[in-house]
Design a protein around this ligand. Structure first.
Ligand code: GN1
Ligand code: MG
Length: 362
């Protein structure tokens, strides 16, 4: 691999490189902030795309290009002033491509959004803004003319994720089955119920729409006043059920503990965050949601901790080949924390339903 400054030299940036530093807490790609020396030149964000996971980098970059172009157009049409902070701006490589391939790794560059922050946790007020922003993101992309690729096929397909888990169990590569038996049983008990979305889809009762598919709290930028500027991390923008964006935000935003909390007492589903986020989301997305989508939002709030529990457990059983880990049983710790969150989301199903009913009836 070339050094970072060599890689940066392959993009059409303005200004000269001052320093680079790691940025963010993603579990898949590697991200760096690129600082420039000049006052009037922007800083940048450089990312190494994990192409073991994103196999079709060309397709991925085409998606992101189409999405950012479409959002930019909508912002221009609505007379928005602060466009450069409201949609990501990618910098082409010297050869005009949207990425640079160094013979081994794929890289992309975007402008760093100044005076903006990401958060690992949010209060109800910010959750309301986040709900509106994700609803609005889906609404803006509803009429995108390009057909977007599934950048990771079957990404949020619960039947497929369960199949991966069952395959991992059958192989037992890392010899870790004995210690996870309880979680496998608990997952299997719920398997049928959790695959409801795929059944509704097959029956023609649930549409796929363009979704973000990684609506973790930390994938949203806020300005100085707590207003949402834009949604970042667009790798997984693809056709999916709206449950993806609703459920995955709450999985991180409504968790009173951390995604990988070792102290399960800290992990609970926060209903104040649920109510605030749902209110915002329904304001943004309500106009296009079908009754089947709306009435299944509580299911989505349980589905995503469940799916993430399945995915972390699968990776643990496989010997940690997908997610970056910080210590040997990190994926097991994550599995347990997601399972606890699932239980708490299950306990709150009735409250979620009545809150949604009250929003819909007005
Ligand atoms: C991954 O890289 P990051 O942290 O944005 C993952 C998500 C998971 C998440 C769990 C492509 O996202 O689906 O929900 O970790 N992205 C991919 O924290 O698998
Ligand atoms: Mg991210």
């Amino acid at each position: 691999m070339q050094n970072l400054s060599g890689i940066i030299g392959n993009f059409k940036i303005t200004g000269t490189l001052a320093e680079t530093m790691p940025l963010g807490a993603g579990l898949i790609n590697d991200t760096y902030k690129v600082k420039t020396k000049e006052e009037n030149a922007p800083d940048y964000v450089l990312q190494r795309i994990n192409h073991n996971i994103f196999r079709d980098v060309e397709g991925l970059q085409n998606n992101i290009n189409a999405v950012t172009r479409h959002i930019r157009l909508k912002l221009e049409e609505s007379g928005e002033k602060d466009i450069d902070r409201k949609v990501l701006h990618f910098i082409p490589a010297m050869d005009g491509k949207t990425y640079y391939f160094d013979g081994e790794n794929y890289w992309r560059m975007m402008v760093f959004i100044p005076n903006a922050k990401t958060y690992e946790t949010v209060n109800p007020e910010y959750s309301y803004f986040a709900g509106k922003a994700f609803g609005d993101f889906q609404a803006k992309l509803a009429d995108i003319p390009e057909k977007l690729e599934e950048t990771i096929p079957d990404f949020h397909n619960m039947e497929f994720r369960l199949k991966q888990l069952r395959d991992a169990i059958a192989e037992n590569k890392a010899n870790r089955l004995d210690e996870v038996k309880y979680y496998i049983d608990e997952i299997e008990k719920r398997a049928d119920e959790m695959c409801k979305a795929e059944r509704l889809y097959r029956d023609g009762k649930l549409p796929k729409r363009i979704c973000h598919c990684d609506t973790k709290v930390n994938n949203m930028m806020f300005d100085e006043n707590g207003e949402v500027l834009c949604v970042i991390d667009l790798d997984t923008v693809m056709p999916s059920f709206i449950f993806s964006d609703f459920g995955d935000f709450l999985r991180t935003g409504a968790n009173t503990g951390d995604e990988d909390d070792k102290d399960l007492e800290r992990v609970n589903f926060n209903m104040d965050i649920f109510r605030a986020f749902t209110k915002g989301y329904l304001e943004g997305a309500g106009p296009f949601l079908t009754p089947v989508e709306t009435e299944n939002l509580p299911y989505a709030a349980a589905l995503f901790p469940y799916m993430q529990c399945v995915r972390f457990l699968t990776d643990y059983i496989n010997g940690d080949i997908y997610y970056k880990i910080k210590y040997p049983d990190h994926n097991l710790v994550r599995t347990k924390a997601q399972f606890k969150l699932l239980q708490s989301a299950e306990e709150n199903q009735a409250d979620m339903k009545s809150f949604i009913d009250s929003c819909v009836k007005g």
